[in-house]
Design a protein around this ligand. Structure first.
Ligand code: PMP
Length: 360
């Protein structure tokens, strides 16, 4: 069977090895005579899976001991609400760097809970760049600063973060977590829906500094980080199969040489596509400014709607999936998350070069 050239933005490609392993264990996990899906979440067998996923994440990201890892549900979107519910104190303001549609949504949810404000924005350019760090002004009495590390729709990515902040730094890393080494200590909360670089949809990873986790009896129980932290994310039934797949993906990342190894492959993949765009004499135009380019989502347009339509149609016929750009940017988007093989990206780069030759 030939696997698709999958450039979907999320849910996205998973490593073939991971899917194979999941298939092999589907009916009989660890000689239990059951699938992971059929195990009690209170069983020793499941607990081992759960704790192994946490241990692998800790080791891959070098997560310090004063951070808690939570496996939650509700997607990254629920974190847009949980963050302010837990961390936006009365009389304080949550500050948001607006770098795309997902930051806008995070801001909107925070405004429903308390006071939220924009510190910097690139909205006026339709989010073609990440603002200069020097422009970020956050008063000392702010509740936090929220950033979206990779803007899935617009194809921009933060390549450095504000330093020396006196307030917690919170990052939505849904679309670039585990794509390159990061210093977790720079952040106070990191969250990510799994369905791009971590596994299937259904589980959301939250990495949070323990000192920020506080009991708050006025919050709905499920909305409180403290509930999940004090129960090892087993307060209620977790998405057990998604967490199992997460553990397999994390083992796969380890085998690629950890985050350094993955980053080296991701660099090659991104370069393959951006080189075609940059060498195309304007046939392809990147949406993002060069120094803000994402290594996960490559967004580009062609000169007219007609040629874009032809490009997408021919790409589809050639077996490429998921290349339609988001309606707010138009054109095309190739999402090249960790599990998209280099060869698939090279095949797309060749297709783009051939298409240009035939059409110019
Ligand atoms: N943040 C970012 C950066 C995203 O790309 C997405 C999903 N594409 C979300 C948040 C929302 O995630 P979910 O669908 O898991 O709620």
């Amino acid at each position: 069977m030939k696997r698709a050239y999958n450039f979907n933005a999320g849910p996205a490609a998973l490593p073939e090895e991971v899917l194979q392993e999941a298939q092999n264990s589907l009916l009989n996990f660890n000689n239990t005579g059951m699938s992971v899906m059929e195990l009690s979440h209170r069983s020793k067998d499941y607990e081992a899976v759960h704790n192994e996923a946490k241990a692998l994440l800790t080791s891959l990201l070098s997560i310090p001991e004063d951070y808690e890892i939570l496996f939650l549900q509700g997607g990254a979107s629920l974190q847009f609400s949980m963050i302010p519910m837990n961390l936006l104190q009365e009389n304080k303001v949550g500050y948001y760097a607006l770098t795309g549609a997902w930051s806008e949504k995070a801001l909107k949810e925070a405004s429903k809970i308390g006071e939220a404000a924009v510190t910097v924005s690139s909205k006026e350019s339709n989010y073609t760049y990440i603002p200069d760090l020097k422009e970020i002004k956050v008063p000392e009495d702010a509740a936090y600063l929220h950033v979206t590390s990779n803007n899935t729709i617009f194809g921009t990515q933060w390549h450095a973060y504000p330093e020396g902040l006196t307030v917690p730094l919170i990052a939505d890393m849904s679309s670039d977590i585990l794509s390159t080494p990061i210093d977790v200590k720079q952040f106070d909360v990191i969250y990510a829906g799994a369905q791009k670089n971590l596994g299937p949809s259904g589980v959301t990873v939250v990495i949070i500094k323990k000192e920020l986790i506080k009991a708050n009896s006025s919050l709905p129980t499920m909305m409180s980080y403290e509930t999940h932290a004090s129960n090892n994310s087993l307060f209620n039934t977790p998405p057990t199969f998604a967490i199992y797949l997460l553990s397999l993906v994390l083992k796969w990342v380890e085998k690629q040489g950890g985050l350094e190894g993955i980053a080296a492959i991701n660099d090659k993949k991104a370069k393959a596509l951006y080189d075609v765009i940059d060498n195309s004499n304007g046939f392809y135009k990147g949406h993002a400014e060069k120094d803000s380019r994402s290594k996960m989502n490559v967004t580009f347009t062609l000169q007219s709607d007609e040629i874009t339509k032809d490009f997408l149609q021919q790409a589809k016929e050639a077996g490429f999936v998921g290349l339609n750009g988001h309606r707010s940017v138009g054109g095309c988007r190739a999402s090249i998350y960790n599990a998209v093989p280099l060869e698939h990206v090279q095949a797309l780069a060749s297709f783009m070069e051939n298409f240009q030759q035939k059409n110019s």
